[in-house]
Write a protein that binds this ligand. Sequence first.
Ligand code: NAD
Ligand code: UDP
Ligand code: UDP
Length: 367
Amino acid sequence: MPVSHGTGQVPSQGSPTGEAHPMTATGLLLDRGKTRKRGCHLRKRIMVTGGAGFMGAHLCERLLAEGHDILCVDNFYTGSRDNIAHLLGHPHFELLRHDITFPLYVEMDEIYNLACPASPVHYQNDPVQTTKTSVHGSINMLGLAKRVRAKILLASTSEVYGDPEIHPQQEGYWGRVNPIGPRACYDEGKRCAETLFFDYHRQHGLRIKVARIFNTYGPRMHPDDGRVVSNFIMQALTGEPITLYGDGIQTRSFCYVDDMVEGLVRLMDSRDEFIGPVNLGNPEEYTMRSLAERVLDLAGSNSPLTHRPLPKDDPQRRCPDITLARQELDWRPTTRLEDGLSRTIDYFRAKYGATSETCHNQLGPDR
Ligand code: NAD
Ligand code: UDP
Ligand code: UDP
């Protein structure tokens, strides 16, 4: 794989017509600094970091369907080839196995920076790497965007609000994050990434977009990621007890992945002056107990409920105020929780069957 690390040089290679053209690291053959026209449609060169993850795979699929050239960059820490297997043969899709904490020299028009483990179990597995991915990774992607004048979007998170004192959370709220707790590697990493995005914008005039994503679920979630939706569905399907942490009255709001992808694309395509941060999430709020009851009902399961200790620093309430996204992006989620859960249950049932043994997937760095 002809990737140049840290040299600043983009390797040249002959085109199919024999001419020398600038090449991207993975060989997307493109005119440097230009977006190609395809009929009246602009085909953009778009990089999705974390593209083999849950949300990234849906985003790649969507952008590919719009006719763009997609470079999916992933180190497979929590993502998998399986998630994008159906895209691998597509002539406008390329996969690059790469850890974004290392420099990367490619030519792009837009960058969606999604790389980062998202579930508490995964991001706490190697907390130093989690912070590095958000901070060093963002610096590298911003440096890349600066060099090629690309537009760049950060998948930030509602976790920047920590365990919030105001409800629902608006973008102007600065948050309440424990900087030394077990969630800090993720929360503070993303907060620092936001700082970097805004400073590259102010200092270097970079075109940035910052999305604060609230809990998102859907097909291609990792069955062992410990998140509440995947846990409850797997437990319901295998007849194991549904694990409610704490008293189960803490709340979250759940956005179906297709709605989230729509929001991210609208944000990227929004006017340059609108840079965020903007909340993207579903403003319907549920207790974990009521989520459990819905999953049991939709899966037709008799699994009993069981209580486990509440993890440290677990936020009590979380719900987005999406007024800004409605105004600026004309966006709001349209998938009802029951419909999204049913589709996710169908996916887990088809992929993992009824036994938990078939879904075990060892977590570990693959880099
Ligand atoms: P995910 O774990 O399924 O996907 C993350 C992807 O990033 C994986 O494919 C992983 O292998 C890759 N990755 C991790 N570290 C990397 C590195 N150093 N270099 C290259 N690739 C790396 O998570 P997701 O749910 O798809 O989340 C995607 C993004 O959205 C993350 O940035 C996450 O913080 C953000 N987000 C997600 C949610 C949610 O509810 N899913 C909520 C808020 C924010
Ligand atoms: N970088 C990269 N790809 C590029 C350009 C830069 O990965 O195409 C990385 C490089 O490692 C650099 C970082 O981005 O250290 C930040 O770049 P910037 O130009 O902002 O700063 P500097 O090069 O001065 O460190
Ligand atoms: N949770 C739960 N049982 C589980 C997994 C999670 O009750 O098996 C709770 C968890 O304590 C939290 C909520 O569900 O209050 C959402 O957890 P998740 O890890 O999905 O996301 P996050 O805490 O990052 O919002």
